[in-house]
Ligand binder design. Structure first.
Ligand code: KG4
Ligand code: ZN
Length: 353
């Protein structure tokens, strides 16, 4: 089975072709960084227009790279939500058009399911596993029991982890996207700040919160600026301190979730990390240790497949298509689409998913 995947739910215009034997035949990502950099964050309307401008070429380049025509495909998979609705609509319309014109199955995929199942594309991980999904839009811990079977153990009550990195970078004047900028600045630290808060640490649930940490950072930056002491060295020390605080929070919550998941699923196969923040080397190193402490392996897909991409959408499409599923051409894009529909809705922006 060979499937074309299309992703356009945030600021990456992406297409990929994946085979059911787990080969990625082509994988193209057009990152709209130049479009959004002047605004220090993703502007939904600009993103939707950029998807319109670039999706055609992105798909054509992907087909060329794989040396395939549409007639060679066994299905078209597309992110059907959750995400910025303008972009999702662009992708869904394109996928429907290709599927209709070429008489191919069409399947709308949950973007989060794409992240959740990537470890099966890259490492053939068996169910059940614990997933830490940390990106700009999402921050949750889920037990992945099967395709379409998710138990959410915790999620953020305010910002997502990547969003916290992005806001922190903006506060410190470090540029966009924030995660890599904070990580790069932290490399120059000589005396990282150690006294930033670790919200939710030790709490009996598995939820996250980052707004208090962000406020603490803002107060620190404001005070340093007022004292005219916010120089490059201080910025590096603050960046390192902030990164450490976020990693500590993620590790504390993940260890708690590992304990719960292991008790409920003694056959838990792995701890999987996905989403853009999984590219953070500091976090990866700490997660390896935590997973080992609980007797499971850490599976971390390569960074290119951790951030938004279309290979994960094609793969999730394959997982669903080979179970005999497909979507109707009346499918309506969804701005919100939780993986665990039974879990209570939390209020934060980071839980739009
Ligand atoms: O998965 P992704 O590409 O898009 C979303 O679905 O949100 O994740 C992007 C997020 C951004 O917030 C970015 O700052 C963060 O991932 N990120 C990082 C790193 N690389 C990307 N955060 C921390 N450290 C990194 N190295
Ligand atoms: Zn994502």
């Amino acid at each position: 089975m060979i499937v074309l995947g299309i992703e356009s739910s945030c600021d990456e215009t992406a297409a990929a072709i994946v085979a059911d034997d787990r080969r990625i035949l082509a994988d193209t990502i057009f990152a709209q960084i130049a479009e959004h950099t002047p605004f220090g964050g993703v502007v939904p309307e600009i993103a939707a227009r950029a998807h319109l401008d670039h999706l055609d070429d992105t798909i054509a380049a992907t087909m060329r790279q794989a040396g395939l025509g549409f007639e060679d495909l066994d299905g078209i998979a597309v992110t059907g939500g959750p995400g910025l609705i303008g972009g999702v609509i662009v992708g869904v319309m394109m996928a429907k058009a290709i599927a209709l014109a070429h008489g191919k199955p069409f399947i709308a995929v949950n973007h989060l399911e794409g992240h959740a199942l990537t470890a099966r594309l890259t490492d053939d991980v068996a169910f059940p596993y614990l997933l830490l999904l940390v990106s700009g839009g999402h921050c949750q811990l889920l037990v992945v029991e099967g395709v379409g079977r998710y138990q959410r153990l915790g999620a953020t009550i305010d910002d997502a982890a990547g969003e916290a990195f992005d806001k922190a970078a903006k506060l410190m004047g470090l540029g966009f996207p924030g995660g890599p900028a904070v990580a790069a600045a932290a490399l120059g630290a000589t005396a990282p700040y150690r006294d930033l808060p670790r919200p939710m640490k030790g709490r009996p649930d598995c939820n996250f919160s980052f707004s208090g940490l962000k406020t603490a950072l803002r107060q620190r930056v404001d005070a340093l600026r007022a004292e005219k002491a916010f120089d490059d060295a201080t910025r590096a020390n603050l960046a390192a301190g902030f990164q450490q605080a976020v990693v500590d929070c993620l590790i504390d919550r993940t260890r708690h979730a590992l304990k719960i998941a292991k008790a409920e699923h003694p056959n838990l196969s792995a701890l999987v990390v996905a989403g853009g923040v999984a590219a953070n080397q500091h976090l990866r190193a700490s997660l390896i240790k935590s997973a080992a402490d609980f007797g499971v392996a850490l599976v971390a897909p390569p960074p290119r497949l951790c951030t938004d991409n279309a290979a994960m959408i094609a793969w999730a499409g394959i997982e669903r298509l080979r179970l005999g599923e497909r979507s109707g051409f009346d499918y309506a894009p969804r701005p919100r689409w939780p993986l665990d529909e039974a879990a209570p809705v939390l209020a934060g922006a980071g839980v739009k998913a």
